[in-house]
Design a protein around this ligand. Structure first.
Ligand SMILES: [Zn+2]
Ligand SMILES: [Zn+2]
Length: 160
């Protein structure tokens, strides 16, 4: 990790990444998966990413330093999900978009259909709905996803 990386991760001191990478390696070992350079590079790139991204974007972000094939990324994704590092967020034009979840609070998304920007929000009442419905249906829930799609404020002004 070079010093010049510190500036673009204001919300995350460098120490966190080391800790998170260690947690990821522990997960791999505990499951009997191999700790490979490729898997480490993919995990590191995900941990540094504060946005929502698809496989193509992940591929491009890795390329300058550690060239990893798209096939390896596709194979690594289920592992990353299982480790609690990564979650699926939304599907757009047949491409799944992901985000890092490790160390982040649960949140929901607003997705603009025009500019494709993603906005995050958190609404504690959604957790209550999850609990209530699950109780009613005798369901053991493990999470929920809530997405609002439409036009963001900027795009509505533009279209007028
Ligand atoms: Zn928009
Ligand atoms: Zn998000």
């Amino acid at each position: 990790m070079s010093e010049d990386r510190v500036a673009d991760s204001l919300f995350e001191p460098e120490g966190d990444l080391v800790e998170e990478m260690e947690a990821f390696r522990c997960f791999l070992k505990s499951k009997g998966y191999r700790v490979t350079k490729e898997r480490e590079a993919i995990a590191e790139s995900i941990l540094k990413n504060h946005d929502h991204f698809d496989v193509d974007e992940l591929f491009l972000s890795l390329r300058p330093k550690t060239p990893v094939s798209k096939a390896s990324i596709y194979r690594a994704i289920p592992l990353m999900k299982e480790s609690g590092l990564l979650a699926e967020v939304y599907l757009e034009n047949g491409h799944m978009h992901y985000e890092r979840v490790y160390g982040r609070e649960h949140h929901s998304h607003l997705r603009c259909l025009n500019c494709h920007r993603i906005f995050e929000f958190s609404a504690p009442e959604l957790a209550q709905v999850e609990k209530r419905i699950s109780r009613q249906e005798g369901f053991k829930s493990e999470g929920h996803k809530f997405e609002i799609w439409g036009l963001c404020a900027a795009c509505q002004t533009e279209k007028r």
